[in-house]
Design a protein around this ligand. Structure first.
Ligand code: 4NP
Length: 158
């Protein structure tokens, strides 16, 4: 079983969107029992909250449901549980790198390391408008497809 964690700052915009996009792709391939997903934030301000309404709204226009998700903060045990930890931006990546124990033998990287985007970060939409949330989903879809393809090819022996 492979466990995948998506991480942003607040865990109410980008990382729950990534989790929701990716888990739908996993489900479409009937891999829910082999690939487990979660998301978390480096910050704690929104712990316990559902995804931002703007993310949920844009998700709905793309048939992506995420109202069941609740924000939590990254914890040190995440490095014991997850084999893939995907940071949305450089700040998230730097914070996770500082937390990462030496014995972590999974993969800590940025979301847009997967796929062929010209962007290297998923930009924070929180102080933006709906078009910024649209752009987040535009970036997440091909990156999620590439991530899933990578996991299927490299981690699932089938
Ligand atoms: P996220 O967006 O990291 O994509 O969930 C943010 C949500 C909340 C805040 C910043 C970014 N905030 O400052 O509260």
């Amino acid at each position: 079983m492979i466990q995948v964690l998506f991480v942003c700052l607040g865990n109410i915009c980008r990382s729950p969107s990534a989790e929701a996009v990716f888990r739908d792709m996993v489900a479409a391939k009937n891999l829910e029992n082999r690939i487990i997903t979660d998301s978390a934030g480096t910050g704690a301000w929104h712990v316990g909250n559902p995804p931002d309404e703007r993310a949920q709204l844009i998700g709905k226009t793309r048939n992506i449901q995420m109202s069941d998700l609740r924000a939590r903060q990254v914890r040190s045990s995440d490095f014991e549980q997850f084999q893939y930890i995907l940071a949305m931006d450089n700040d998230n990546y730097a914070n996770l790198s500082r937390m990462k124990p030496d014995h972590f033998n999974g993969r800590l990287c940025k979301m847009l390391d997967f796929g062929a985007s010209e962007e290297t970060e998923v930009p924070d939409p929180y102080y933006g408008d709906l078009s910024d949330y649209e752009y987040v989903f535009d970036l997440l879809k091909p990156a999620s497809e590439a991530l899933l393809k990578h996991i299927i090819e490299n981690d699932l022996d089938r």
